[in-house]
Design a binder for this molecule. Structure first.
Ligand code: FCB
Length: 449
């Protein structure tokens, strides 16, 4: 067993998102989000679960920050609920909502934990959806106003900001596939959403620069890795189309100021309406690229595979099986994604903002979980990350998804991703074995092979 060390200053953290952990869905002046609406419709969510209470973090925040301290976290990535701060999506600001995040940031700093804030992790104000949501061009301005409110309030103390979390999921799972809120099934709305999400990102970055805040700003993409199921030319081309749909559309726009030409050609009339100046707005320098990594797909040409003519399957590398969410385990795909960024996008500064797995997590009578599967999963991805750094990838930090068990979107409360177990009946928190293991990783700044 040898210790694989990370570079000095490598940042270690864990991540959550507002809707998944806060609860308090209608308290202290918070407005409804599209998720509050969606979970109230029958059969949208497994077991009709909701995020109404979930981990109840809104009421347990100081206790949770103490727990993070005990775990040795150096940084905590959280998201801000737009409708908690601006109940109508624009206009009036809810002071109590702002106070919650203000207090969170102060608690974190007092505990010596670096706050890393994401402005949008999927809980759009319902009022904004009622005006058309992400497909409406005006939303970029509504988002910019909201971003300005948050920069004004927290910009002096939060050194790391991300505009969006996984805009692919927002656009496609929300507006094209319809599995997630707002549950719409219309590809043209999805492609228009991609464009407006990116314009909103660009406007927020612009405001951040203008305000001369002391930190850094970026965006968090879910870089799923696509690999051809065979060497067949049709599979290779299909895999590339899938790459352009999930990754290229964002990476090319952000880094090179254009959408992938071939993809635009294939989607024809579904392509977004791009107006003068839009691509320059989107293509502004960011300070870092956040990436979430969970999955790799084997992609095949499929003559009945929809308008992009492909089919896909989760694929695991080596002897890995699947996680409790049914996702493959594929650290090799993480390596491929990281080196792709190094080789094709100028080796940007990267933080892995999410990585982790759902596991079965049987708790004993004290709520303790021996989650060896999770430890093995995290270890293998960290060893890969360390190797990528040796190969010149500019990776500067890693956040486990997730700090604690939470509401896993369409899976409801059934999937557990936390380093900390939540007892949803009592609200009790119990550190899992993986939390102790991760604390040692942080202490050693390295992982044993
Ligand atoms: C990511 C999301 C996060 C969580 C994990 C498991 O796609 O960003 O909220 O659901 O997956």
């Amino acid at each position: 067993m040898s210790l694989q060390k990370f570079p000095d200053g490598f940042l270690w953290g864990a991540a959550t998102a507002a809707y998944q952990i806060e609860g308090a869905w209608n308290e202290d002046g918070k407005g409804p989000s599209i998720w509050d609406t969606f979970v109230r419709k029958p059969h949208r969510i497994l077991n009709n679960d909701t995020g109404d209470v979930t981990a109840n973090h809104y009421h347990k925040m100081p206790e949770d920050v103490q727990m993070m301290k005990e775990m040795g976290l150096q940084s905590y990535r959280f998201s801000i609920s737009w409708p908690r701060v601006m109940p109508n999506g624009k206009g009036a600001v809810n002071q109590k909502g702002l106070d919650f995040y203000d207090h969170l940031v102060d608690e974190l700093l007092a505990a010596n934990i670096i706050p890393n804030a994401t402005l949008y992790h999927w809980d759009l104000p319902q009022a904004s959806q009622d005006l058309g949501g992400w497909p409406n061009r005006d939303i970029a301005d509504w988002f910019a106003d909201y971003a300005q409110v948050m920069f004004d309030k927290l910009g002096d103390r939060v050194p790391m900001w991300a505009t969006h979390n996984e805009p692919w999921v927002v656009a496609f799972t929300g507006y094209a596939i319809g599995d997630f809120a707002p549950g719409i099934s219309d590809y043209s709305q999805a492609f228009q959403s991609v464009h407006n999400l990116l314009r909103a990102h660009g406007k927020a970055v612009q405001l951040y620069r203008k305000g001369n805040y002391k930190g850094e700003i970026g965006i968090v993409l879910d870089l799923q890795h696509s690999q051809p199921a065979s060497d067949d030319e049709a599979d290779v081309a299909a895999s590339h189309r899938r790459y352009e749909l999930t990754n290229g559309i964002f990476l090319e726009a952000l880094f090179n100021g254009r959408y992938p030409e071939q993809l635009m050609d294939w989607i024809g009339p579904l392509a977004p309406d791009v107006q003068d100046g839009d691509m320059a707005l989107i293509n502004q320098p960011i300070d870092f690229l956040g990436m979430n990594y969970y999955m790799t797909f084997a992609v095949k040409f499929a003559n009945r595979g929809g308008f992009l003519k492909f089919s896909q399957d989760f694929v695991s590398s080596g002897n890995w099986g699947k996680t409790d969410a049914g996702w493959g385990v594929n650290p090799a795909g993480l390596m491929a994604s990281l080196t792709h960024l190094r080789d094709h996008f100028g080796n940007p500064k990267i933080f892995i903002m999410e990585n982790g797995c759902a596991a079965i997590d049987d708790a004993d009578e004290n709520g303790y979980v021996i989650d060896n599967d999770r430890i093995n999963y995290l270890r293998s991805h960290l060893l890969t990350a360390q190797e990528a750094i040796q190969e010149g990838v500019n990776l500067q930090g890693y956040y486990v998804w997730s700090l604690m068990d939470n509401f896993e979107w369409a899976h409801g409360l059934s999937k557990r991703f936390g380093l900390v177990r939540i007892n949803y009946e009592t609200g009790e928190r119990t550190l899992k074995k993986s939390a102790g293991w991760y604390k040692e990783v942080i202490n050693q700044n390295g992982v044993y092979e």
